[in-house]
Design a protein around this ligand. Sequence first.
Ligand code: NAP
Length: 350
Amino acid sequence: MVNNVCVLGATGMVGQRFIQLLSQIPDFNIVNIAASERSAGKRYEDAVNWHQTTPIPEEVRDMKIVNTDPNEVADDVDFVFASLPAGLAEPVEAAFAEKFIVASNASVNRMKENIPLVIPEVNPEHLEMMELQKDINGWDGCIVTNPNCSTIALTLTLKPLFDKYNFKRVGVTTMQAVSGAGYNGVPSMGILDNVIPYIGSEEEKMQSETLHLLGERDGGVVQKANFPLSASCNRVGVIDGHTESVSIEFEDDDVTVEDIQETLSEFRGLPQEENLSFAPEQPVIVRKEEDRPQPRMDRDAGHGMSVSVGRIRPDVFDNSFKYTLVGHNTIRGAAGASILNAQLISKLYL
Ligand code: NAP
């Protein structure tokens, strides 16, 4: 089935990724692209400051950008991919959801009742909230959100371990790429030769979204998973690819490094079972080299949709282990996450 789609914020860092990735997937057909009124009316090529390593796809190069208004979007659009600034997302996504399924990257709607926050391999059953949301609001469409970029990578590695073992506590320290802040997000004079030990609200998002994703759905509400999770977030001078150092203390006293390696390597989810074309073969790839994963070497694993994990080792505390992960923040952590959500919705619900 081919789905017609629209991209909101199509000129931004995440919007460009949407354009690049959607143009490579035959089951999506880009019919509208929208941005601010600064860009509306212009050809895409004239409005965008293109930063991808592949050329602007032919099919959108000459496409005219429309205003971010549901009335300017074709009625037969199946999915609206939204990558809007946080301050705009709440009213704009609600307006689009009256008519369309909105796959959102913004944080503002993620923790709300009846709005699914989904990683397809982790909690696809939360998509059941879509119908509830339509009924409650009287909408024809709905909003489906994907988590924050660093949360997605972390949670993909925690999910198979959480299903098998009992966590006493989890700690994570991130080293996040500059593309995560948008094109104008971090000035070069601030980040070159530097590490910035603060990313506004990021630690809170990682802590709450991860427990939400691993939680149980009860109607339109989610009972969060119940273990302490502590995040420390840093910005580093890497263009794409978030690195995270994770430490887990288990309640169980019989977990081994080999168990963790095997559990992560064997992990598969609904996108793999359903053979979705954008699903990576392995959501989590275990690296055995002592100096991997690294963002430059591993961010593109599984066409940017796999998280690479390495340095799985015992910690000095009882029943505790550490590992390092790398995930592509604008692919698995943003545009690719919404696209996989849409592929799953298309297969199961449309
Ligand atoms: P960005 O590079 O700053 O792009 C913003 C986009 O929104 C541009 O297309 C811009 O269009 C458009 N826009 C700005 N003002 C607008 C207005 N008044 N009306 C309509 N459109 C407007 O930002 P980004 O990094 O792509 O992030 C977009 C969203 O995704 C944010 O909510 C962010 O938190 C979230 N997110 C980002 C990442 C990441 O890795 N970057 C990861 C996960 C989630 P013009 O070009 O016309 O100004």
